[in-house]
Design a protein around this ligand. Structure first.
Ligand code: NAD
Length: 307
């Protein structure tokens, strides 16, 4: 039995279900579970919510709306957040209100409704790591309002489990990529693919020696489904591949899979960019059963084919 089958007939609320990761989660669940999306359309596309999936157009800052939506749910996959680091830097109070208060609204409602909460935290909670690969118990020292708000949400989820017995499972995705990701929010793979397809130079910030762990959205969906059904509640899990590439290697791979002849050029480094990132997956593999399946080249090839 697949994990999606274990949710057969369950009511699943996906906040942020009109966004990049959310639309893939909804797709994976909608044939077995009774899926509802709650989304305000701020960075996602409400028209992308498929027919047959209920869509509540609401803001997670609206506690009454969240309470009403969660009241019907067995599981809440909570993805809604201010996802842009730059936006969080420009407007920390808004990031806090959406990401922290929004999560509290979900957790409070889940406490009343006896619902499970799968929370999208982020690898941004770790900040600039002292050691790689980064395990879940690595020091957490976020470098942006986005990372700090994710850390608060992540800790609240743990606390609601410990204090009130709410079944919470926290996922910390690394760099997610895949179909439907916008280039606007600095998905570096989307940006490089756009540049390669246009025959424009591929622009690498700084020297390009910084490393990242790119995880395909299908693997993130697997992690969400596992989290929705696992016994390992009250825990946080990394969601990456356990491998990393430098941005220079990524640029060369994108050029390779697209067949583009784009030059690779270097621009100013981005302030605050971290040097190394790679997930340790021991805990997620052993406790959650998470095993990423899409290697970077295969994931990029399938994206390049989608022109
Ligand atoms: P996305 O922007 O595509 O999706 C976020 C969705 O939330 C959008 O549909 C948006 O309209 C909705 N939303 C935003 N503010 C809202 C509000 N106030 N009320 C209701 N809905 C609201 O982003 P994504 O990449 O799909 O990210 C989903 C989650 O995963 C986020 O919590 C993000 O922080 C987390 N995450 C993403 C990545 C990544 O690399 N994409 C990495 C780590 C964590």
């Amino acid at each position: 039995m697949s994990t999606a089958d274990e949710l057969d007939g369950a009511s699943v609320l996906v906040t942020g279900g009109a966004g990049f990761i959310g639309t893939h989660v909804v797709d994976a669940l909608r044939s077995t579970a009774d899926v509802t999306v709650l989304d305000d359309g701020s960075s996602g596309d409400l028209d992308a919510v498929p027919d047959g999936v209920a869509c509540i157009e609401a803001d997670v800052r609206d506690q009454a709306a969240v309470r009403a939506a969660v009241a019907e749910a067995d599981v809440v996959v909570h993805l809604a957040a201010v996802v842009s680091v730059d936006e969080s830097v420009a407007d920390p109070p808004r990031s806090h209100a959406v990401t922290v208060d929004g999560t509290l609204h979900v957790l409070e409602a889940a406490r009343d409704a006896d619902a499970r909460v799968v929370l999208a935290s982020s690898a941004a909670v770790y900040g600039d790591p002292e050691t790689v690969p980064i395990a879940e118990d690595h020091r957490q020292d976020p470098r942006s309002p986005y990372g700090l708000d994710k850390l608060a949400a992540d800790r609240y989820a743990r606390l609601y489990h410990d204090l009130y017995g709410v079944e919470t499972v926290v996922l910390r995705p690394f760099n997610v990529y895949g179909p439907g990701q916008s280039a606007e929010y600095a998905g570096v793979i989307s940006v490089f693919l756009e540049q390669a397809r246009a025959g424009d130079p591929i622009t690498v910030h700084g020297e390009g020696t910084q490393t990242r762990d790119f995880v395909h959205v299908e693997d993130v969906v697997d992690a969400v489904l596992l989290a929705a059904t696992t016994d390992a509640v009250g825990e946080a899990f990394n969601v990456g591949t356990g491998a990393s590439v430098t941005i220079n290697e990524l640029a060369a791979l994108v050029r390779d899979v697209t067949g583009a002849e784009s030059e690779i050029v270097h621009t100013d480094p981005r302030p605050g960019d971290i040097e190394r990132s790679e997930a340790a997956l021991t805990k997620a593999t052993e406790r959650l059963g998470f095993r990423p399946r899409v290697d970077l080249r295969t994931g990029l090839e399938s994206l390049a084919d989608r022109t």
